[in-house]
Write a protein that binds this ligand. Structure first.
Ligand code: FAD
Ligand code: NAI
Length: 467
């Protein structure tokens, strides 16, 4: 290995890259990680999962304290008020603790952090921070960034037309806010500002919110958010946005064409998806092309077409999720070290951290049918779950989709305050090839929301107890 500065060089210190670097070091490989941000942790820790969840948690507490929901439990609060600056400070503190934690883990595992933007100069060499560094294996984990919308110019500093990064630090609660894109970011960050007092309208190109999820769950989620006060303009496309003073004037028209309408609002969040980061990476220097979506293709081991160059996380095809990137980070390091690193891409759970949460794993009912399965579906509403009823937390349901012949579980979808936690049990069951009967005959603690998973599994055979 004397010919190279490092055994492994990872480009990007997001959940894919930092995990790959730590695992490679744990496996005895001399490892460095290049990162151009001031802090480690990538999109997820700095401007993604963590700050958004900090604001979701805080805004939920605020809504509990102010919307009168607590009175029925005998808790009467007067004079609760918002200190947005403090809410933001607490969010930044959590981000600082977690990004600092990665720095600590790098030191502990002897991973060198190379500060700066990395660019390939050859198959085994990159230029970073004004120096050329060589490595036997290089992992591209450069992640993704916000997809721009033509005609809508984002200016996060002004705080009127923002992307997700700007929506995590609005200086004041907007009176009226439009969220362009009824996907995960739009609903999570839309929920934050709605809870803090904004009137939020979701403008979505498709006829329904949350594309990619089970159709029935999408419809139910739509109803739940409507009840919370979200307004929708579905099947609508934004065609332009003009900022006048402290207002934004949006132009939009039906997706299928029709009359243009305008809407004056105080804030606009552009959340129409994300795109892979490969600009300025020097891929041409190693002859590595991207696909039509700008992503880097890999094989099952995360190897690209160029020997010794690997890629993981948001920069490769697949769901843009932190846990998927992390698992790929572990697997790629194991493959580089000569072990067998595998990720089961059929079982990547997805969670929307609204209240209630929306979670799913495996196939939707529509996908299962398209794949040729004859399906049996079992459902159980939280309205009939004793713990949810007691907590006055009855929005949502669990839906188990099983193959009618083998009874093997093909997918599970749910809406519940605890869906993000409960999806782990079914993911694990499915990883072990569970049938709905396996879940139905597993003892679940009482009284818990998880009993709804058991009952939905029992419902696949038409025999739930409590409905
Ligand atoms: P990233 O986290 O994007 O990290 C890539 C890093 O590489 C960045 O730090 C970048 O600065 C660096 N980089 C890029 N190019 C170079 C270069 N040439 N040289 C040096 N460094 C470079 N996912 C979830 O699973 N759960 C959530 O709750 C969730 N919430 C989210 C909320 C928001 C608002 C957003 C925007 C995203 C959220 N995501 C969530 C998605 C999640 O953040 C990403 O899937 C995840 O961060 C991808 O990890 P990654 O390592 O592939 O890339
Ligand atoms: P998304 O793909 O979830 O949703 C984008 C939405 O915008 C879609 O519904 C799409 O139909 C719509 N859209 C696209 N173009 C449009 C247009 N011109 N006008 C109106 N609507 C339009 O993307 P989002 O919300 O930006 O999130 C990006 C990524 O970040 C996602 O892939 C997601 O996986 C990840 N993320 C994950 C979270 C989680 O796991 N809880 C939280 C936040 C983000």
């Amino acid at each position: 290995m004397a010919d190279f500065d490092y055994d492994v060089l990872v480009i990007g210190a997001g959940p894919g890259g930092y995990v790959a670097a730590i695992r490679a070091a744990q496996l005895g490989l001399k490892t460095a990680c290049a990162e151009s941000r001031e802090t480690l942790g990538g999109t997820c820790l700095n401007v993604g999962c963590i700050p958004s969840k900090a604001l979701l948690h805080a805004s939920e507490l605020y809504e509990e304290a102010t919307a009168g929901h607590l009175a029925k439990f005998g808790i009467e609060l007067d004079g609760a008020r918002l200190n947005l600056e403090q809410m933001m400070a607490e969010k930044s503190k959590a981000v600082g603790e977690l990004t600092g934690g990665i720095e600590f883990l790098f030191k502990k595992n002897k991973v060198d952090w190379l500060k700066g933007h990395a660019r390939f100069t050859g198959q085994h060499s990159v230029e970073v921070g004004g120096k050329t560094v060589t490595a036997k294996d290089i992992v591209i984990a450069t992640g993704s960034s916000v997809m721009p919308l033509p005609g809508v110019e984002v200016d996060n500093d002004k705080g009127i037309v923002v992307d997700s990064t700007g929506a995590l630090k609005l200086p004041k609660v907007p009176g009226k806010m439009v969220v362009i894109g009824g996907g995960v970011i739009g609903l999570e960050l839309g929920s934050v500002w709605r809870r803090l007092g904004a009137e939020v309208t979701v403008v979505e190109y498709l006829p329904q919110i949350l594309p990619g999820m089970d159709e029935e769950i999408r419809k139910e989620a739509n109803k739940v958010f409507k009840k919370q006060g979200f307004k929708y303009k579905l099947g609508t496309k934004v065609t332009g946005c003009e900022v006048k003073g402290d207002k934004a004037i949006l132009s939009m028209e039906p997706a299928k064409g029709g009359e243009t309408e305008t809407m004056e609002v105080d804030a606009v969040l552009v959340s129409i998806g994300r795109k892979a980061n490969t600009d300025g990476l020097g891929l041409e220097a190693i002859g590595l092309a991207t696909n039509e979506r700008g992503q880097i293709e890999t094989d099952h081991d995360f190897a690209t077409g160029v020997e010794g160059v690997w890629a993981i996380g948001d920069v490769v095809p697949g769901p843009m999720l932190a846990h998927k990137a992390e698992d790929e980070g572990i697997a790629v390091a194991e493959n580089i070290a000569g072990e067998v690193g595998i990720v089961n891409h059929d079982l990547i759970p997805s969670v929307v951290y609204t209240m209630p949460e929306i979670a799913g794993v495996g196939l939707t009912e529509e996908q299962a049918k398209e794949a040729g399965h004859e399906v049996k579906v079992g459902k159980f509403p939280f309205m009939a779950n004793s713990r949810a009823k007691t907590n006055r937390d009855t929005d949502g349901l669990v839906k188990v989709i099983a193959d009618a012949k083998s009874d093997r579980v093909l997918g599970v979808w749910m809406i519940s305050s605890l869906a993000g936690t409960m999806i782990a049990q079914v993911t694990q069951a499915m990883e072990f090839g569970a049938t709905s009967e396996d879940i139905a005959y597993t003892c679940h603690a009482h009284p818990t929301h998880s009993e709804a998973v058991k009952e939905a599994a029992m419902a696949v055979q038409g025999k739930p107890i409590h409905i």
